[in-house]
Design a protein around this ligand. Structure first.
Ligand SMILES: Cc1cc2nc3c(=O)[nH]c(=O)nc-3n(C[C@H](O)[C@H](O)[C@H](O)COP(=O)(O)OP(=O)(O)OC[C@H]3O[C@@H](n4cnc5c(N)ncnc54)[C@H](O)[C@@H]3O)c2cc1C
Length: 512
């Protein structure tokens, strides 16, 4: 890992774009993308990240986006390991600023996956207990990421076909329809060679958001795998043998007039194929420890808190959007409509409270890191995810015909049609083109394929809802109240409180 020794540790947007022209192998629709910063499938999303890099240099936002490290260097706040409530507060404000710039619709905002890696730092003692040498790499990587102002993606999920792993074996040859017989590449990622200086890994992982638009990626493995399939590491997106395969683009060439959000680009999701990729040992954080994913509930609390912060920002913007919608439609005085907006307000307020509670009731981990309280984080995620679809439905309903009946700039400026159209489509107290743009935003968020992908993201990015609820079941400490009830009923406290105590002592929520 090259440590940046220059004094300027903060990149500009242009520096960031330049860093992505690194020879990475990215595939889209059967073609290799030469430059992700200019290709329509990736460029818009990169521009949005680049804007956040520029904010680091803007005096108005510098103190939110960056901080002065103990050695006097100003570095990105995304990679700051929080040590106090004050640090968490500062990081929350950074999450809010970077989320609001994309209206909360980019799930892996500036610092989201940095939080995942910081989670390894917060729980470094768990890694040290297993392998102190590899655990030492965690702090070094965080420092390297600070020094190089890195954006990283993270990937945990496996291709669904990996469920059939009993059907394949390493070393076999397989016949393929268009390509004849080839060496079998395992769909489930695994270590195929272990050397003194690193490991060689082969296989695949899937749905890695932002990876094609990021500098590096962290790879984590899931529970229930064998030791060979279990390793946590970070690699550059330009690693030799790494293929980044994009899904279909959902925001190409959308008109800015009718699609004010989707036209600004999207974060891409990808499949990664690792065709015998060498990972140097100083980039490996854990090796052959299948028990580690069971600790992810705690390790991932920071990432999930950052997701909750973003969802909270989005919920507050949804309230504002709903207000603009009802003002433009002229329904603000209708009681039923006001009740629906109140539902949106409640959605925002509950998440805001849980964001704050997770911060205020933070814990200090054994590794000395101030960490959001996982109970509140998970409760917030469950509430946010469970109600997201309903809230999007409310916004759609409040808007009525509006989001569907969108017209183009060419319609509005046409000498014959324009004057007619402008008169009959104007909003209540709002000119027609403004109403068109407003409803275009509602369409992008609620109904466009861009918005539908975000809906998928909210439901699945941290594992499906039932997983989160399973975690909530395990994380919530009810021992004191169980004991109180047993005493209140004059029953045997020791006997009745035993299951709750066992649950509290184990507290090992699964990955997700
Ligand atoms: C837009 C988007 C972005 C994402 N970004 C990332 C990312 O950046 N990094 C990353 O690692 N992952 C990411 N994910 C992947 C996400 O982690 C997975 O989609 C999620 O874990 C579900 O796994 P799966 O898709 O393989 O579904 P499967 O495991 O195949 O499950 C499909 C469905 O089957 C049901 N099911 C499966 N198992 C059970 C069970 N035990 N009990 C009950 N029902 C069950 C559920 O209904 C589930 O939704 C992203 C996903 C989406 C949609």
């Amino acid at each position: 890992m090259a440590i940046n020794t220059t004094k300027a540790l903060l990149r500009t947007g242009d520096d960031f774009k330049q860093s992505l022209r690194d020879g990475r192998v990215v595939w889209y629709a059967g073609e290799r993308i030469e430059d992700v910063t200019t290709h329509p499938a990736t460029a818009g999303g990169i521009d949005r990240i680049a804007e956040l890099f520029d904010l680091q240099h803007d005096p108005a936002h510098r103190d939110v986006m960056t901080y002065e490290r103990e050695d006097g260097q100003r570095v990105t706040r995304a990679w700051q390991l929080p040590r106090s409530h004050e640090d968490l507060d500062a990081k929350r404000r950074m999450g809010e600023l970077s989320s609001i710039k994309t209206l909360g619709m980019f799930g892996r905002q500036f610092d989201n996956i940095a939080w995942t890696m910081l989670g390894l730092g917060a729980y470094e003692h768990l890694f040290t207990a297993d392998n102190p040498e590899l655990a030492g790499n965690i702090g070094r990587y965080i420092r390297y990421a600070q020094d190089n102002n890195l954006i990283i993606g993270g990937i945990v999920a496996d291709p669904q076909g990996a469920r059939a792993k009993e059907k394949w074996s390493i070393g076999e040859r397989v016949p393929l329809e268009h390509h004849g017989e080839v060496d079998r590449l395992p769909p489930l990622l695994r270590v195929v060679e272990q050397r003194s200086d690193g490991i060689v890994v082969a296989g695949a992982k899937i749905v890695g958001t932002v990876i094609p638009q990021a500098n590096e990626l962290i790879i984590l493995t899931q529970p229930g795998v064998s030791p060979e399939e279990s390793f946590w590491c970070a690699i550059p997106a330009a690693s030799e043998g790494l293929h980044i395969v994009l899904r279909q683009s959902l925001a190409p060439g959308a008109s800015g007039h009718a699609h004010p959000l989707a036209s600004r680009g999207e974060e891409q999701d990808c499949l990664i194929i690792l065709d015998n990729v060498f990972v140097p040992m100083d980039r490996v954080f854990s090796l052959g420890n299948p028990a580690l994913p069971m600790e992810y509930g705690d390790i991932g609390a920071g990432e999930h808190w950052s997701t909750l912060i973003r969802m909270c920002v989005k919920a507050e913007l949804l309230v504002a959007l709903a207000q603009l919608v009802i003002d433009s439609v002229g329904t603000a005085r209708v009681a039923k409509v006001r009740e629906q907006v109140a539902d949106l307000v409640l959605y925002a307020q509950v998440q805001r409270s849980l964001v704050q509670s997770a911060q205020d009731y933070f814990i200090t981990t054994e590794s000395g890191v101030a960490w959001p309280q996982v109970d509140y984080v998970t409760a917030g995620r469950v509430y946010g995810v469970e109600n997201y679809g309903k809230m999007i439905g409310v916004l759609r309903e409040l808007s009525g015909q509006g989001p569907l009946m969108l017209f183009s700039k060419a319609d509005f400026t046409h000498p014959q049609l324009g004057p007619l159209l402008s008169q009959v489509t104007e909003g209540f107290d709002m000119v027609s083109e403004a109403k068109n743009t407003l409803m275009g935003l509602v369409w992008d968020i609620t109904s466009d394929s861009f918005g539908m992908r975000v809906d998928y993201f909210e439901r699945l990015n941290g594992y499906p809802l039932f997983f989160l609820k399973e975690r909530l079941f395990g994380e919530y400490d009810r021992v004191a109240n169980v004991e109180f009830l047993a005493r209140f009923l004059e029953l045997d406290v020791e006997q009745l409180a035993r299951p709750a105590r066992v649950l509290a002592a184990t507290r090992k929520p699964a990955l997700g």
